[in-house]
Design a protein around this ligand. Structure first.
Ligand SMILES: Cc1cc2nc3c(=O)[nH]c(=O)nc-3n(C[C@H](O)[C@H](O)[C@H](O)COP(=O)(O)O)c2cc1C
Length: 260
């Protein structure tokens, strides 16, 4: 039987134990060499023709963090305090309850989840974390000199399929950052409440000096030291549930499963 490489076991451990961390030790700084490696990990992500459409803005200024946090709190209140009916919210927040496994969870029930989302409190971590990173992408694929256009042989109008691909690339970069941060013992959470509404994204982009809308904010991420350990996450689909054989909907039968 083939020996499973140790590095595969470590890689799986890092992937499996990475979590969305939303509680940080307030104001404990993240050393720059750690930030460097996290951004370097993002830069190692693949992109079509190695286009690398990403740029990163490291935000430590408390005023800016407050501004972004308040945008998220506002959007959260508008969504879960006003727009989304309670019955729907209860269904949507299953992941919050299931994802908590420690002391906090003893009182962290669905009612608490509803409450902290409806009044926006759950988004306070944006300000508590010492660092936020804005992941910004070039949506035009025009390149540094304005001549480059991501080639496509498809029928897609310029700016649609390419735009999707741009955000795919951002996602790959962000996941590298998340895994690297976790491996360093840091906590990270990617968020999007603050940019969910166009007006908010525009205002944040303007404050950050982003040449918007050519360059857009893919996501923002808070990074810091976790206030408490969190390893178990909300349940995921199993490969059996999401994998098809040859045709969509036709279950794939795995002959063997890993034992490690
Ligand atoms: C693109 C994206 C957007 C997200 N937006 C938010 C957000 O606005 N606020 C938040 O607290 N968490 C946000 N999350 C974190 C998810 O809720 C979390 O990753 C998911 O529930 C799975 O939990 P886990 O990461 O701990 O496994 C976001 C995650 C992704 C990938």
């Amino acid at each position: 039987m083939e020996e499973v490489p140790e590095i595969a076991k470590w890689t799986w451990k890092i992937i499996k134990e990475r979590r969305a961390i939303r509680d940080f030790i307030k104001d404990k700084p993240v050393p720059d060499d750690y930030l460097y490696r996290i951004i370097e990990a993002a830069c190692q992500a693949p992109s079509p023709e190695n286009y690398q459409p990403w740029r990163f803005i490291i935000i430590k200024d408390k005023e800016m963090l407050r501004f972004i946090r308040d945008k998220a709190i506002g959007a959260c209140i508008r969504m879960f305090g006003v727009k989304v009916p309670r019955t729907e919210a209860i269904k949507r927040f299953w992941y919050m309850v299931e994802g908590e496994e420690d002391v906090f969870s003893k009182f962290y029930r669905i009612e608490t989840s509803l409450h902290v989302m409806a009044n926006g409190w759950r988004m306070c971590y944006y300000y508590d974390a010492p660092v936020m990173i804005a992941v910004v992408v070039d949506t035009t694929n025009l390149g540094e000199h304005g001549w480059y256009r991501m080639p496509t042989t498809g029928e897609w109008p310029i700016g649609s399929k390419q735009l999707d691909l741009t955000f795919v690339q951002a996602g790959l970069a962000v996941q590298n950052m998340w895994l690297m941060a976790h491996a360093l013992g840091l906590g990270m959470c990617v968020h999007n409440f603050e940019t969910e509404e166009a007006q908010d994204e525009t205002e944040i982009a303007e404050r950050l000096g982003i040449p918007y809308p050519r360059w857009r904010i893919a996501v923002l991420a808070s990074i810091g030291w976790p206030a408490r350990p969190r390893i178990l996450g909300p349940k995921r689909y199993t490969p059996e549930q999401v994998t098809f054989s040859e045709r969509f909907g036709n279950p794939y039968k795995f002959e063997k499963k890993p034992t490690w």
